[in-house]
Design a protein around this ligand. Structure first.
Ligand code: HEC
Ligand code: HEC
Length: 561
């Protein structure tokens, strides 16, 4: 069985599309990545109006609001182009077709992000955009204009424009508890407060059978959680950049094991082997339709295949930064198109066993996007003044604001790769990996080159669900070890909900870091509002001792991913 690898049938189609629109197919190092990622249909729009504003308008009106009025049954009978079988255009059908998703830059607080599709366009007739069951589609929670997840700002806009009726607002897992009252607008605002404030979905999971631990207390502010169903508030992971994932879902519960597979974590007993990513994604899509969308029936095998295939065409990254400008300018390698060509396979650059294919030792220079910005030349000096006695020597000009911002991003990349700190008390790391690794850098866990996901299915407890970070809006669960009587308080047991293992409590997957600026807030429970807060979390958690300059540079880098 082959390992997960990026297949790259790309560039041909996008280049052809571009050529048809009059762009040059050879200017891949050009400063503006946007035109290369535009779909043909977007070209005309982009020509007469601001591409970015246009895209966000299109995207914010996408799917959710349009599908809310329709049942899945009527949508299923519509055709893609808005015509009925006999060719008559009906108003109802026109409303049902989601508007085209324009692959143009989407502004965010730190610049703009961009999605690149290896298929050239986003096919909104894919079942990913179809409403099922309760009217939700995948796009209800994986919005093209919000980094393929949902954000508090985007959700608030949808809540206000639909009076809380957009299908993302459904009691099953949109509300703080499925039995929360939602009759009035005020009740809806309370019931959907976790979505509106932090973009959190309630993942309801039962205590695992045969767990090594018992639930002794569920302190749930919404009076719902019990051993039958814990409420775990989690951010939707982006449904983009998926080919770089070795684990699917925060707790890895859709990372299917397969004893006959060759996709195995090295050097562990008993062996841990996994199905290919595509299998996980098909299974995950079906779980999502049955769970989030409350569909009465499974997706067909063909619908599962179509969704998984569609998801794997998408690559999203920040494409420009406020002060630094285009992130693929002056030799920099940011933006989504180069990301789509980034190699990845299970075990690439593994910190524990070395690279699974090449055998090369772990290389902590994981991020290599902004090396060209390390020593940017200041702008050309002005012409020397006419020679004359007593003239002061010309002062060399300061680097431009743009070059200063670029240099900060380049320094931040070096900090990410190289600034060492001691990793202490991280389950999955300190107890399962080689000792020398325990003086780590950000790149040790975020080890997949130029992406930062963890390249094998290995989850870590960095303390993000620990009791000391519990906020009053989150439940707190008290768990007791059946064998030792030891007690842990946590807002989310993480992968222990799947394995039932005490040692798995609080362990989550290390997500990829591309397109971060489009998808605040961060961590599985949205506890960190801004990228600066994430940097502060790590500084405190691992006593790193960042100087203010280092923290700012690291944040500037993370915003440029
Ligand atoms: C109601 C909101 C909602 C809907 C609808 C939804 N998702 Fe999700 N999705 C989530 C949440 C929340 C998570 C993370 C849950 C977890 O890890 O426990 C997630 C995770 C995922 C992941 C995992 C990504 C990764 O990096 O591991 C994929 C893939 C995904 N969803 C695809 C889909 C597809 C395909 C559909 C439609 C068939 C869909 N989702 C519908 C909320 C939603
Ligand atoms: C011990 C392993 C480990 C180390 C070291 C580590 N991370 Fe992480 N990182 C994780 C895990 C696991 C998560 C997910 C935690 C969660 O959501 O609960 C994560 C999440 C993140 C996220 C949030 C991503 C998102 O989508 O919400 C960012 C940003 C991040 N890390 C940056 C860094 C930086 C910067 C450093 C170095 C200062 C670093 N990480 C060091 C394991 C690690």
């Amino acid at each position: 069985m082959h390992q997960r690898a990026l297949r790259l049938p790309l560039l041909l189609l996008p280049a052809a599309v571009l050529a048809a629109c009059g762009g040059g197919a050879t200017d891949t190092a050009a400063t503006d990545a946007a035109p290369r990622a535009l779909q043909a249909g977007a070209m005309a729009r982009a020509a007469d109006t601001s591409a970015a504003a246009d895209a966000s308008a299109n995207i914010s009106s996408n799917v959710g609001a349009n599908t809310s009025a329709n049942t899945s049954a009527s949508a299923a009978t519509s055709t893609n182009n808005g015509t009925t079988a006999n060719g008559a255009i009906t108003a109802a059908v026109l409303v049902q077709s989601p508007p085209p998703v324009v692959l143009a830059p989407v502004p965010n607080a730190d610049g703009a992000s961009l999605t690149f599709s290896t298929a050239g366009t986003v096919d909104t007739s894919n079942p990913f955009f179809q409403p099922f069951g309760n009217g939700r589609s995948c796009a209800s929670c994986h919005q093209p204009g919000n980094g393929w997840t949902i954000t508090p700002a985007g959700l608030t806009a949808r809540f206000n424009s639909s009076a809380g009726l957009d299908p993302v607002f459904r009691p099953v897992d949109g509300a703080v508890a499925p039995n929360a009252p939602v009759a009035t607008l005020d009740q809806k605002r309370l019931a959907y407060s976790m979505l509106l404030t932090k973009g959190l979905i309630r993942v309801g999971l039962p205590m695992p059978a045969n767990a090594e631990f018992t639930l002794v207390k569920a302190d749930d502010p919404y009076h719902y959680a019990s051993a039958a169903e814990l409420s775990l508030f989690r951010r939707p992971l982006p449904s983009t950049n998926l080919p770089f994932n070795a684990s699917v879902m925060w707790d890895g519960r859709e990372t299917l094991t397969d004893a006959t597979s060759a996709i195995c974590i090295k050097d562990v007993r008993p062996a841990r082997c996994f199905a290919p990513l595509d299998t996980d994604l098909r299974h995950q899509a079906n779980s999502a339709v049955r769970g989030h969308a409350e569909a009465a029936q499974d997706l067909t095998a063909d619908q599962q295949r179509q969704i998984a295939a569609f998801e794997q065409t998408l690559f999203t990254a920040q494409s420009s930064a406020t002060a630094a400008g285009s992130l693929s300018d002056a030799g920099a390698l940011g933006g989504p198109q180069l990301l789509s060509q980034q190699g990845f396979y299970f075990g690439i650059n593994d910190p524990q066993s070395g690279d699974y294919r090449t055998g090369a030792p772990f290389n902590r220079n994981v991020m290599n996007l902004y090396a060209a910005w390390r020593n940017l030349a200041p702008p050309a000096p002005p012409a020397p003044p006419p020679a004359g006695r007593g003239q002061p020597a010309p002062v060399p000009p300061a680097p431009s604001t743009q070059n200063q911002a670029r240099a900060a991003i380049a320094r931040g990349e070096q900090i990410f790769n190289n600034k060492p700190f001691n990793v202490v008390g991280v389950a999955g790391f300190n107890n399962e990996l080689r000792l020398p690794l325990q003086r780590a850098t950000c790149a040790t866990c975020h080890n997949a080159p130029n992406v930062g996901s963890h390249s094998v299915a290995r989850l870590f407890n960095t303390g993000t669900a620990a009791a000391n970070l519990r906020t009053p809006d989150l439940p707190l669960y008290t768990l007791r070890n059946n064998a030792t009587g030891e007690v842990i308080e946590t807002s989310d047991p993480g992968s222990a909900m799947e394995s039932g293992k005490w040692s798995d409590i609080g362990r989550f997957k290390t997500p990829g870091l591309r397109g971060l600026a489009a998808r605040a807030p961060y961590f599985h429970n949205g506890s960190q509002r801004r990228i600066e807060d994430v940097v502060r979390f790590y500084d405190t958690r691992f006593r790193i001792g960042f100087s203010p300059q280092e923290a700012a540079d690291l944040a500037a880098f993370l915003k440029a991913l």
